[in-house]
Design a protein around this ligand. Structure first.
Ligand SMILES: Cc1cc2nc3c(=O)[nH]c(=O)nc-3n(C[C@H](O)[C@H](O)[C@H](O)COP(=O)(O)OP(=O)(O)OC[C@H]3O[C@@H](n4cnc5c(N)ncnc54)[C@H](O)[C@@H]3O)c2cc1C
Length: 480
């Protein structure tokens, strides 16, 4: 039995339950030294954005709390990851360094470097899968290459999928005799100054316990209605687990087993259908990771090469109107304001706003992806890249470019009573459902009674959708 310490390098796996690196470190015997290193410079162009940093602050605080309850600590450092890990390893005479894998290209390069250096220092290094149901290299076509289409990918993944039962964390974590130096969480500068994040704190609870509360609420209240409800932004029928999954406050294996158990326990067809659909959404997450791993250029370049020549426009004013939720299309503005206030946006609305940017306004998907990156609490390089390329029509298995979302009919279909608009665009709340998705067509009396004055209390559309659609299709023809 080993008596030297094991360093557990926490990254996007901010939980103790079913955390393979952490649990293996405990199993190895000897003291366990949990460490988090804030090293944004090592993430290349994709250092966590402002909303993600805010989430990370709270998530680390919760992890610290959980570790302290178990008689342990979270050692916090900032700087180059290897320099910090090396100094901790030397000062504690640690014998091993464990972590859970990440899949972003810059991080993989950094981790390879750390692995080499740690070996040279004589540490036993092990990395684990704490983030995915299947590794991105495990699901391949008959020819051995990666899948580029979701349905066969997920079918092949399901054939080989047998997620291990989640493992519970020990109540006590063995501590070293003396702890290495740690900086204070506040000194990492993750919490925004000045504090603009009240909306995020109001909308979310952070950490592992909150992730479980969220999951259980979803399973109790929404699993049965997920198939029908998941597309309606005015309802609360999706899980909202995305930031917890991104930061690893809950892992997909845990979610998988909890969903299967809930569906089996209820035994109804609705629960079975809901579970299948929900797990296939987790499948999209797996697919996105497979794409990012196998095509690491995707965050910067379109999957379909012809799109590199697409005649995108530069229109700072329109881009700003889109960012601020002032396009004059209520469903778009509602989504962008939900994002700005809470750091999250409903999936259906993400597709609508992304279509508005890339097709109506002809502004490149990279600009949209960058804005989401900064403002989403669930900003995730694999999912965000895939979501943007899908909507822009340039990705693997993407919506075809000629599928231009109509912001009025999408609103009328998925938010028929206008509840979502009333919540996020309160200046339109007095309009009847018939006009709430197209206020510029409402009769003057109706507008007056609702207290809406176009171009004063709410903007007219910044672009005519049907003209924009024709313009988009013409632009597309130039590259085909
Ligand atoms: C333009 C665009 C950008 C996006 N950017 C992100 C992002 O940065 N981070 C992110 O996690 N998701 C992103 N998505 C995917 C999706 O919108 C969110 O995962 C989802 O809205 C999160 O809400 P939820 O947890 O309630 O989802 P649920 O419907 O409850 O789904 C459960 C989980 O499955 C995964 N999932 C669901 N839909 C997708 C999808 N289409 N692609 C990949 N995984 C999915 C998520 O991890 C999600 O938490 C993006 C989609 C689009 C169209």
């Amino acid at each position: 039995m080993a008596h030297d310490a094991t360093i557990v390098w926490f990254r996007q796996d901010l939980r103790l339950e079913d955390n393979p690196a952490f649990l293996e470190a405990v199993r190895r015997g000897g003291p366990v030294i949990p460490v988090y290193v804030w090293a944004p410079a090592e993430e290349g162009a994709w250092a966590p954005g402002a909303a993600s940093r805010c989430w990370l602050h709270h998530s680390l605080q919760r992890l610290e709390g959980r570790l302290e309850k178990a008689g342990s600590r979270l050692i916090l450092r900032r700087g180059a990851a290897w320099d910090e890990l090396e100094s901790i390893a030397r000062s504690t005479r640690a014998g091993a360094l464990y972590w859970n894998r990440r899949y972003e290209p810059e991080i993989r390069r950094r981790d390879d470097m750390v692995k080499g250096r740690a070996h040279d220092l004589g540490l036993a290094v092990k990395d684990f899968n704490g983030a995915l149901l299947v590794e991105p290299w495990e699901v391949t076509t008959r020819q051995g290459g990666p899948y580029k289409v979701f349905t066969p990918f997920w079918k092949a993944a399901l054939d080989r999928l047998a997620p291990a039962e989640p493992v519970t964390a020990p109540r006590r974590v063995p501590a070293p005799e003396s702890w290495p130096r740690s900086v204070r969480l506040e000194s990492l500068g993750l919490a925004p100054r000045p504090d603009w994040a009240g909306g995020i704190r109001e909308a979310w609870a952070f950490g592992e316990d909150a992730a479980w509360d969220r999951l259980e609420t979803f399973l109790d209240a929404s699993l049965d209605s997920y198939c029908d409800g998941r597309d309606q932004p005015g309802r609360d029928d999706t899980s909202r687990l995305s930031p917890y999954l991104h930061f690893g406050e809950v892992g997909p294996r845990q979610v998988w087993h909890a969903v299967q158990a809930a569906a089996a326990g209820r035994g109804s067809n609705a629960a079975k259908r809901g579970a299948e659909k929900f797990l296939s959404e987790l499948g999209w997450r797996e697919f996105s990771y497979s794409l990012l791993y196998n095509f690491p250029h995707l965050p910067a370049e379109p999957m379909q090469e012809k799109f590199a020549a697409f005649p995108w426009k530069h229109d700072a004013e329109a881009q700003r109107a889109w960012q601020r939720g002032r396009t004059g299309y209520p469903v778009v503005d509602a989504g962008m304001r939900q994002l700005w206030k809470t750091g999250w946006m409903h999936n259906r609305v993400r597709m609508i706003v992304a279509s508005m940017l890339t097709k109506d306004l002809l502004i490149s998907w990279q600009h949209g992806a960058a804005w989401f990156w900064d403002t989403l609490v669930d900003a995730d390089l694999a999912n965000n890249t895939q979501g943007w390329q899908w909507t822009a029509g340039c990705g693997a298995d993407a919506a075809p470019y000629f599928r231009v979302f109509n912001p009025v009919s999408q609103g009328e279909r998925y938010d028929p009573a206008g509840d979502y608009i009333r919540q996020w665009v309160p200046e339109l709340a007095g309009l009847p459902g018939q006009w709430i998705h197209k206020p510029w067509q409402a009769p003057p009396d109706t507008l007056r009674e609702a207290g809406v004055c176009l171009d004063d209390t709410y903007p007219s559309p910044i672009i005519d959708h049907s003209e924009a659609r024709d313009r988009a299709l013409a632009a597309f023809e130039r590259i085909t």
